[in-house]
Design a protein. Structure first.
Ligand code: GCO
Ligand code: MN
Ligand code: MN
Length: 389
């Protein structure tokens, strides 16, 4: 059991809103009492192996609180963090809960709402900076529509761009040095959310004034809800140097937004994800944006938090075993055939390379006839995951 306890090197984080989730859903009220932020931090401390805790502004400081109360909340939270040796690596803004944001925040059709969203985000950035947060997440939960009858979506992207450009400059003006991480989601709570996938975000980032400050925060559940391969989206973010943060959880396709414990739904996909992150030496936060089943009390919430981290650690060990397994690597070598001369030719255009390629003879029939051992390789992967290998 002790074997898979995380060390602080893994940077496992949870949100105040994740372990603090009280189990409300559209069909029923809370099943767990609301804990205060210091109580949530104590709970995470008691689990062991947690690196940090993240928050939305209003998870910590209620929206209408007096300055004196705000100062007291901050003081108490700082003490709880120090007592439990926990960091705050990421902060974000709640731009979805208040009715003012019912038709969007940065992309609202109402100038007053857009301006208020900027004001609220600047204050939330100030709050995160007080705790040393270095990543600032933007999840546009209400940025979208049920019906496109009311707003021009292209105008929405323009407004979102203006807001991010403004906030990049604000971060620089305050010397916060935040790295912004944009989180996509296809739907929920809106019928249709703008910039629905990580790929959309990556393209959008290149249209900003300070693209180097901005990356992505992909979430397992979000691409999975859309029926897409999450690992491939993370791979594209890694390839672009834009994987600034990651939200881990699990989700069955075609269902409501489940936010299950990491690895709870699709262990094979979770394995390929952990292997990708390990192979590419991802060293950022591993944030569990998930919550315990509604059946649980707070002991169950502790089991949930432990389970997220243990599954990650176990899959990391499996990835190392996969990479060290001779039979698996021999099969991969059959799939990944290297020809140094051809690789040199295709690695960059030159008139000589083009001419050389044009006259090269390929045995197309032999290439097509060659069997690729995916069946054996995938079965070996399954046996490794099932613990018989
Ligand atoms: C969701 C999102 C959120 C965001 C969070 C941080 O589906 O509700 O994943 O949990 O990650 O608001 O920005
Ligand atoms: Mn989510
Ligand atoms: Mn998320």
């Amino acid at each position: 059991m002790a074997k898979y306890l995380p060390g602080k090197t893994e940077k496992f984080t949870f949100g105040l809103w994740t372990v603090g989730n009280i189990g409300r859903d559209p069909f029923g009220g809370p099943v767990r009492e609301q804990l205060t932020p210091p109580q949530i931090v104590d709970l995470l401390g008691s689990v062991g192996g947690v690196y940090g805790v993240n928050f939305h502004d209003n998870d910590l400081v209620p929206i209408d609180v007096s300055p004196a109360k705000r100062a007291q909340i901050i003081k108490d939270f700082k003490k709880a963090l120090a007592d439990n040796n926990l960091q705050v690596p990421m902060a974000t803004t709640n731009l979805f809960g208040d009715p003012a944001f019912k038709d969007g925040a940065f992309t609202s059709g109402d100038s007053r709402v857009r301006a208020y969203a900027l004001q609220k985000t600047m204050a939330a950035m100030d709050l995160g900076a007080e705790f040393g947060a270095s990543t600032y997440v933007f999840w546009g939960g209400r940025e979208g529509a049920e019906s496109d009858a009311g707003k021009d979506p292209a105008e929405g992207f323009k407004r979102f761009r203006e807001a991010l450009n403004f906030l990049c400059e604000y971060s620089m003006s305050q010397n916060y040095n935040y790295r912004f991480a944009l989180e996509s989601k296809p739907n929920e709570p809106r019928g249709h959310i703008y910039l629905a996938t990580t790929g959309n975000m990556l393209a959008f980032i290149e249209t900003l004034d300070y693209p180097e400050m901005v990356g992505v925060n992909p979430e397992v559940a979000h691409e999975t809800m859309a029926g897409l391969n999450f690992t491939h989206h993370v791979a594209q973010a890694l390839d672009a140097g834009k994987l600034f943060h990651i939200d881990l959880n699990d989700q069955e396709p075609g269902r409501y937004d489940q936010d299950f414990r990491f690895g709870a739904a699709n262990i094979k996909q979770a394995f390929f994800l952990v292997k990708l992150l390990t192979d590419h030496n991802y060293t950022g936060s591993l944030h569990f944006d998930a919550h315990a089943y509604r059946t649980e009390d707070y002991d169950g919430v502790r089991e949930f938090a432990r389970g997220c981290m243990r599954t990650y650690m176990i899959l990391k060990e499996k990835a190392q075993q996969f990479n060290a397994n001779k039979e698996i690597q021999a099969l991969r070598a059959q799939i990944n055939v290297t020809d140094a001369k051809l690789d040199a030719l295709v690695s960059g255009f030159s008139p000589v390379a083009a001419a050389e390629l044009k006259k090269t003879k390929f045995n197309r029939q032999a290439l097509g006839a060659r069997g690729l051992p995916y069946e054996r390789l995938d079965q070996l992967t399954m046996e490794l995951l099932l613990g018989v290998k």
